[in-house]
Design a protein around this ligand. Structure first.
Ligand SMILES: Nc1ncnc2c1ncn2[C@@H]1O[C@H](COP(=O)(O)OP(=O)(O)OP(=O)(O)O)[C@@H](O)[C@H]1O
Ligand SMILES: [Mg+2]
Length: 321
């Protein structure tokens, strides 16, 4: 049995289609990463699965149970950590978790025990009796994640669990998420970070403007691009480089050049090095790498996942490969 089966999910707000015929399946025990930029429709999908909004069309099944027909049963099997920390500031960390436990109708002794265990696991034991008001952003996100674990849910949804966190806290959260998976939960995770999807997800679905545009493992998505990417930076004007290597594209993001290479790319690399040497152009960086998910996203959508503003026409011209 599949943990999650979504078929042709469509969600409209008046005449705006936020989610457009999205279908996806998650195998039990796996992490599915829903990757997309601001406004792609990630939270809307999560809200529909959580029974918070009704789909305009399509169906959602959680462990075989239809969400529209048995919303109460579904709510008992899912845990949710929302995008905006939904904890009560006036309560302590422990009180927050206990409150969620009571919502799950768990016996109070068990609730206390589980809450303390979870706080310890999230390295929040020292802050257990402090009001959330005094917590940092990272501590709040951890507590929010903890709240989704109280019910021992078989299916956990994490909506952008690490957005806005510093790299170290992100890494901590990543290992907690992996632990949750090890304990047997199925996880749906949304993210705008390609590296997060790459690191955590067994399957990645790329979503853009409400539509699923690609799906696969990180490796299979990268393989779709074929070949390797040569990346270089040199001491020469953009005009000069463009004339010498017409196929190369300049990325303003990190001010380096990118060039799609053939399968191994070694010959292209040597050619480039010789060319720059002949022209007496100083090479600052010249290397070859496998395509990243970033390259895949750009190829599929014409803009980067972190782009706030979508400029398809322009992006296509400057597209990195
Ligand atoms: N209740 C609503 N009424 C009208 N439009 C909505 C509503 N909820 C979401 N939308 C719109 O649907 C689109 C998808 O929003 P959603 O919040 O699902 O995006 P997201 O992928 O979660 O983005 P972010 O990364 O910024 O959280 C957006 O254009 C948003 O403005
Ligand atoms: Mg969102």
């Amino acid at each position: 049995m599949k943990a999650v089966e979504i078929k042709n999910l469509t969600i409209r707000f008046d005449d705006f289609t936020a989610v457009d015929k999205v279908s996806l399946e998650i195998e039990e025990g796996k992490i599915y990463g829903l990757l997309g930029p601001n406004g792609a429709g990630k939270t809307t999908i999560i809200r529909a699965i959580s029974t918070l909004i009704e789909p305009s069309n399509g169906s959602i099944k959680i462990f075989g149970t239809n969400v529209a027909e048995h919303p109460g049963d579904v709510r008992k099997t899912i845990g949710l950590a929302g995008q905006y920390a939904a904890v009560d500031e006036a309560l302590t960390g422990l009180q927050n978790l206990e409150m969620v436990g009571r919502l799950y109708h768990l016996p109070s002794k068990l609730v206390k025990q589980r809450s303390l265990e979870i706080l310890q696991r999230l390295s929040l034991t020292d802050a257990a009796h402090k009001r959330v008001k005094t917590y940092s952003g990272g501590m709040r996100r951890r507590l929010d994640l903890g709240a989704s674990l109280i019910g021992h849910a078989k299916f956990v949804m994490l909506d952008e669990p690490t957005t806005g966190l510093d790299p170290r806290t992100r890494n901590e959260l990543w290992s907690i998420i992996r632990e949750i998976q090890k304990e047997g939960s199925t996880i749906l995770l949304t993210t705008q970070y390609l590296d997060e999807a790459d690191t955590l997800a067994d399957t990645i679905g790329i979503i853009d403007k409400g539509k699923k545009v690609a799906e696969g493992t990180a490796t299979s998505l990268k393989n779709k691009l074929g070949g390797n990417v040569i990346q270089f930076s040199v001491k020469a004007s953009q005009d000069k480089v463009q004339k010498l290597v017409p196929a190369a594209e300049f990325s303003k993001l990190d001010e380096t050049w990118r060039l799609k290479a053939d399968k191994d790319g070694a010959r292209d690399l040597v050619k480039l090095a010789t060319l720059f040497d002949k022209q007496k152009i100083k090479v600052e960086e010249l290397g070859i790498r496998r395509p990243s998910l970033d390259d895949v996203f750009l190829e599929l959508t014409g803009h980067t996942a972190e782009d706030q503003v979508v400029k398809p026409a322009k992006a296509k011209k400057r597209r990195r490969r």
